[in-house]
Design a protein around this ligand. Structure first.
Ligand SMILES: Nc1nc2c(c(=O)[nH]1)N[C@H]1C(S)=C(S)[C@@H](COP(=O)(O)OP(=O)(O)OC[C@H]3O[C@@H](n4cnc5c(=O)[nH]c(N)nc54)[C@H](O)[C@@H]3O)O[C@H]1N2
Ligand SMILES: Nc1nc2c(c(=O)[nH]1)N[C@H]1C(S)=C(S)[C@@H](COP(=O)(O)OP(=O)(O)OC[C@H]3O[C@@H](n4cnc5c(=O)[nH]c(N)nc54)[C@H](O)[C@@H]3O)O[C@H]1N2
Ligand code: SF4
Ligand SMILES: [Mo]
Length: 807
């Protein structure tokens, strides 16, 4: 088992506390030693706070600026989340701005080539596309949008265009967690917070790899153990990962069988009577699913629940999942103990799943059934991946059915509230949800005559040409259909940019003001610190400029009911023409948009504080409620009377309960096989995911020399036995092929992770080897989130002398 010293070395977190190794970025983007803030700083470096640009952990960094450039980054000692630590990505985040090929000019495709044009022309082209075919115009956004950007985009679409055609990449990421929270508690996002990790006796990972994906967070637990505290770490996983190396138990299960494992635990708790009867009687209602499934399901008695679980004996669960019956008993023993505090974590293993909502429900259910809920350290906590998937997508509601603050377009009362806050004429908001991500891209990749009714997509802060599943069909196909127009706002020439018709160069991270919301409901703020390169401009400006152009062209939706422009930004009582970029920075647009958005946060008790409070803090966790003395208090543990100001009736109060009786829903869902499984022709399971050094499609991290060198290319991770059987050696290039597409890549035998026999793993960061040509777009019926974690593939040795991708 690895100890903390080794972990820190592996994830380069120790570096943050060693002044000598702090990085300064020279003109060529190469790292050099630099003094720490407060440790003999040269006076010309100005330091300011910002959240890290990368993962949903939400660490804070101190950014050092000199001569208009970010020259150093250090962990922020005063941030609760990371207390000065950073992982290798956070540590190099400043370099993400300085790749040599930043986009600096708007580009339009003419005669097949992307050529520079002016901003006025670019904005006019977008507005014309929307004007010509408002119903066919869509925004495809991101959990990496800042909160004000997402809010502006959502308002443009829901209040202005009126077609609800907006969905984000977070559909590929968090959608099943959302439907899991909604169907269990009636309201989205985790009840617990990171302090659970400081207090738990047992930490159970249900198919995620936090040692690489949430490293600073994971270090909190590893740290406790190095201090001599007893913490039991258990990894439930489909392949051994770096996380497994820190765990006392690694229980490897067959893909998709997590539902059987959760049912196995519940079965034993009920069978042995070790569940928490008092908790269940007071705070839960049993539910089973309907056909078609809904978030409400239908009532089920305890006896029915018990009967449904009866077949999930440890031996049967072993037969389904491959996890030994004794280990299922061990898990049930732990949950059956009242003297322990148990925290569950999960991320993409449970969300990218065609039964994603169901497995989310079941893990909440195990906690509710055993009463491991609502005390510090006792919590089912889904981790978010992107820095603002919670803040911008789930809270701002940038999903096809969402409105800000947890409201939805299908609810007449919600529409009324939103129309009131936006000062819109009654009936402006369309009650019909837009298309979810897979559907949206399918319609964009289908000719109009065949039902492809989306003709323009404006992509912001995401790289769907590489990250969508089954890209041959969902993305590449559109590029061959006349009349389909792709607009992309990005910072580098990605796969999506290269396929675009119109490209907008964006300002990123500390080149603009911003706000993110992390995994533990923490809203964070930062200020612009440096100028963007060339003509790159803020994403929020781009949205407002398009809205204004539409307004000037006479698009009725761009005005409120009093005839005022939807983005009427004011200063000292006077309107500021922020759509004119020369005036964009005359006023803090983020602050204005946030103050407007904040009004929505009351409906679901997700109260946000005024902007100025976030300027002072290293983030605040909602609900943030004003105190009699005028100060603002954050909430760490939701639904628990000892901490949540809205839980007043009982020790625990699920005050947004689906059943309106302050109870949570405790679900039964059966185990079901995945949509595609290995067979004679395609005999391997393919799992895809990430590595520590790289961020998603690699557009940022492959341009950071230190990270690129540490992990320069993609690979196919293979079990030793399989490699021997196929006769392939380490480093040998093979062809991986699914029913949808093929690619070539080198084999890494038991690489960083060790996949069990019959399964292979490929990360998706490398744009020269796009694994999403092979992945499957099948999705969960409720969340519409696709499953990137399993499909069937075959692997062939490559005939000698051939190079390049197979297709
Ligand atoms: N370094 C780095 N960190 C990141 C990111 C990054 O790109 N790079 N991205 C961020 C984002 S947006 C996200 S969403 C997160 C993702 O964070 P994770 O979910 O932790 O990472 P992945 O590599 O996507 O998924 C790996 C896990 O999927 C599990 N798995 C596979 N099949 C199944 C199954 O059938 N059931 C279950 N229960 N588990 C299964 C495996 O056990 C494995 O542990 O990482 C965030 N952090
Ligand atoms: N095979 C496989 N595919 C997956 C997954 C998987 O596990 N396996 N996971 C899925 C998940 S969970 C996720 S979250 C997605 C992530 O997929 P994407 O969102 O497509 O990946 P990123 O590389 O983060 O793309 C962000 C883009 O924004 C650009 N950018 C950075 N900053 C800014 C900015 O300020 N403004 C603008 N306009 N652009 C900016 C970057 O250059 C980059 O091109 O991938 C999904 N795809
Ligand atoms: S753990 Fe996540 S937020 Fe923290 S430094 Fe690393 S990438 Fe950034
Ligand atoms: Mo994600």
């Amino acid at each position: 088992m690895m100890d903390r010293r080794e972990f820190l070395r592996c994830s380069a977190m120790g570096a943050a506390t060693v002044a000598a190794s702090r990085l300064a970025l020279g003109k060529d983007g190469v790292a050099a030693a630099q003094a720490a803030p407060g440790a003999g700083i040269t006076s010309d470096v100005v330091w300011n706070k910002a959240p890290c640009r990368f993962c949903g952990t939400g660490c804070h960094v101190q950014v050092g600026v000199r001569g208009g450039r970010v020259v150093a980054v250090a962990g922020d000692q005063s941030a609760d989340v990371n207390k000065g630590l950073l992982c290798v990505k956070g540590y190099h985040v400043g370099l993400a701005l300085y790749g040599r090929d930043r986009l600096t000019k708007p580009l339009l495709r003419r005669n097949g080539k992307l050529e520079p044009i002016g901003w006025d022309e670019a904005i006019a082209i977008i507005a014309r596309r929307a004007m010509q075919s408002p119903a066919g115009f869509a925004l495809y956004g991101s959990g990496q949008w800042t909160i004000p950007e997402g809010y502006a985009a959502n308002k443009l679409v829901k209040a202005g265009l009126g077609n609800n055609q907006i969905d984000p990449n977070a559909r590929l990421c968090m959608a099943s967690a959302v439907t899991g929270f909604l169907s269990t508690y009636g309201v989205d996002e985790p009840a617990g917070c990171y302090e659970d990790l400081d207090r738990c006796d047992v930490l159970l990972m249900w198919g995620n790899n936090p040692a690489e994906m949430h490293p600073v967070l994971f270090s909190r637990v590893v740290d406790r153990r190095s201090k001599g505290e007893q913490v039991l770490l258990i990894d439930l996983t489909t392949r051994r990962t770096r996380t497994s190396a820190f765990c006392q138990h690694t229980l490897v299960f067959k893909p998709n069988t997590d539902l059987a494992i959760a049912n196995g635990i519940a079965h034993l708790l009920v069978e042995r009577g070790t569940f928490d009867r008092a908790f269940v009687d007071r705070f839960c209602n049993f539910r089973k699913r309907t056909e078609p499934p809904t978030l409400e399901g239908q009532p089920m008695s305890f006896e029915e629940y018990k009967t449904a679980l009866a077949e999930y004996t440890p031996e049967r669960v072993e037969a389904i999942s491959g996890v030994a019956a004794k280990d299922i008993r061990m898990l049930a023993d732990l949950f059956g103990r009242r003297d322990l505090r148990i925290t569950s974590l999960w991320c993409m293993g449970m969300n990218q799943h065609t039964r994603g909502t169901a497995i989310n429900d079941l893990v909440h259910g195990v906690h509710l059934l055993s009463g491991h809920f609502g005390k510090p350290g006792d919590a089912p906590t889904s981790l978010t991946g992107q820095p603002s998937a919670c803040g911008t997508v789930r809270e701002v509601g940038t999903l096809a059915h969402g409105l800000p603050g947890g409201l939805v377009v299908t609810n007449a009362e919600h529409r009324k509230e939103a129309e009131h806050l936006w000062n819109l004429p009654a009936g402006r908001i369309n009650p019909k949800p837009g298309y979810h991500t897979v559907d949206l891209w399918k319609r964009f990749s289908t000719p109009k005559e065949q039902g492809g009714d989306i003709d323009t997509i404006w992509v912001m802060v995401t790289n769907p040409g590489q990250s969508l599943p089954n890209t041959n069909e969902l993305f590449d196909a559109s590029r061959k259909i006349p009349g389909k127009f792709l607009i992309v706002s990005d910072v580098y020439p990605t796969a999506t940019v290269r396929a675009a018709d119109l490209v907008l160069p964006s300002a990123m991270w500390v080149e603009k003001n911003g706000m993110f919301g992390n995994s533990e409901r923490r809203t964070q703020q930062w200020f612009k610190m440096v100028e963007p390169p060339g003509e790159a401009r803020d994403d929020a400006w781009q949205i407002i400029a398009v809205a204004r152009k539409l307004h000037d062209m006479g698009f009725a939706g761009m005005k409120d009911k009093d005839g005022r422009f939807l983005f009427d930004i004011r200063k000292d009582g006077k309107g500021v023409p922020v759509w004119d970029y020369r005036h964009y920075h005359d006023v803090n647009v983020d602050e204005q948009l946030f103050e407007e958005y904040r009004e929505f946060s009351r409906f679901k008790h997700k109260d946000l504080a005024p902007y100025r409070e976030y300027v002072k803090a290293r983030g605040l966790r909602w609900p943030v409620v004003e105190q009699p003395d005028g100060s603002w208090r954050e909430t760490r543990f939701r639904f628990a009377r000892f901490d949540d100001p809205y839980a007043t009736k009982d020790e625990i109060q699920f005050y947004h309960s689906v059943t309106k009786d302050d109870r949570a829903l405790l679900w039964f869902h059966p185990y079901e096989p995945p949509p595609e499984s290995p067979d004679a022709e395609y005999p391997f399971w393919l799992c895809t995911g990430r590595v520590l050094e790289h961020w998603h499609t690699g557009s940022l991290t492959m341009r950071i020399p230190q990270l690129q060198r540490a992990m320069p290319q993609s690979y196919l991770e293979m079990n030793r036995e399989d490699a021997r059987r196929l006769g392939v050696g380490d480093g040998e290039v093979v062809i991986l092929e699914s029913r949808r597409g093929a690619l070539e890549l080198p084999v890494w035998i038991e690489g960083r992770g060790a996949p069990p026999a019959g399964t292979v793993f490929v990360p998706f960061f490398d744009e020269t080897v796009m694994v999403n040509r092979a992945t499957l777009e099948a999705y969960d019926p409720l969340s519409k989130q696709p499953d990137y974690k399993k499909c069937a593939v075959k692997i062939r040795r490559k005939p000698q002398g051939k190079r390049g991708e197979a297709r």
